[in-house]
Ligand binder design. Structure first.
Ligand SMILES: N[C@@H](CCC(=O)N[C@@H](CS)C(=O)NCC(=O)O)C(=O)O
Length: 200
């Protein structure tokens, strides 16, 4: 049995969980809930960096970083490839944009938690908010596709990043400012893997 250390509000952990569900690996994964901010021994043993997610493999090895966990889980079976050879560049492009959006949003939220709303006014705070706006604008132009394309890791990371913004930074109002993204977003949120892992 593999083990995933995770937290219910971590967008990164949600990506790893969705990947496992989409790959049909849910039964092979036990979930180990932990608060990364309280330096729990079990988490630190699995990941000295003290962050979730971290995966403990069947043979006791550990893998940190959501996208590396995704790569590992995807390679465990040929079913529903999330990094398909055809369309790989687009899948990775979207995963990178989604991860960058998630980083900017997550760091905004954490800095607000530790330093209050003034954190947004700092040079780095302003940079993060501009990164969110620019990335949303690029996604609005390029993410929705006219032709059906295979579901990939890129869709997972973009979907989780957009939902994290809706959950933790609703004041961005991205659904109103970027209506072109709404359709793709609600389609993603209807997938079982997203519904089963909703932020709480
Ligand atoms: N790049 C990492 C980011 C992981 C991360 O920042 N996780 C947060 C929870 S959302 C965490 O554990 N933070 C605790 C800390 O930074 O000490 C990934 O993709 O997995």
């Amino acid at each position: 049995m593999m083990k995933l250390h995770l937290n219910a509000t971590s967008p990164y952990a949600r990506v790893a969980r969705i990947v496992a569900l989409e790959k049909g690996l849910g039964e092979r994964l036990s979930l180990c809930w932990s608060d990364p901010w309280s330096d729990e021994a079990a988490l630190l043993e699995a990941n000295p960096v003290g962050r979730v997610p971290v995966l403990v493999t069947d043979d006791g090895g550990t893998i940190a970083e959501s996208l590396l966990i995704a790569q590992y889980l995807d390679g465990l079976s040929d079913a529903s490839p999330l990094l398909p050879r055809a369309g790989l560049a687009r899948a990775l492009h979207l995963a990178g944009l989604g991860q960058g959006l998630m980083d900017a949003a997550f760091n905004t939220v954490i800095m607000r938690k530790h330093h209050g709303r003034e954190a947004d006014q700092s040079v780095l705070g302003q940079r993060r908010l501009r990164a969110v706006e620019r990335t949303l604008a690029v996604l609005e132009r390029t993410y929705p596709q006219k032709e059906e394309s295979a579901f990939s890791l890129g869709d997972i990371v973009v979907g989780v990043a957009l939902d994290y913004l809706a959950f933790r930074m609703p004041e961005t109002g991205w659904q109103d400012k970027h209506p072109g993204l709404r359709g793709s977003y609600s389609q993603l949120m209807r997938r079982l893997s997203f519904m089963e892992t909703a932020f709480a």
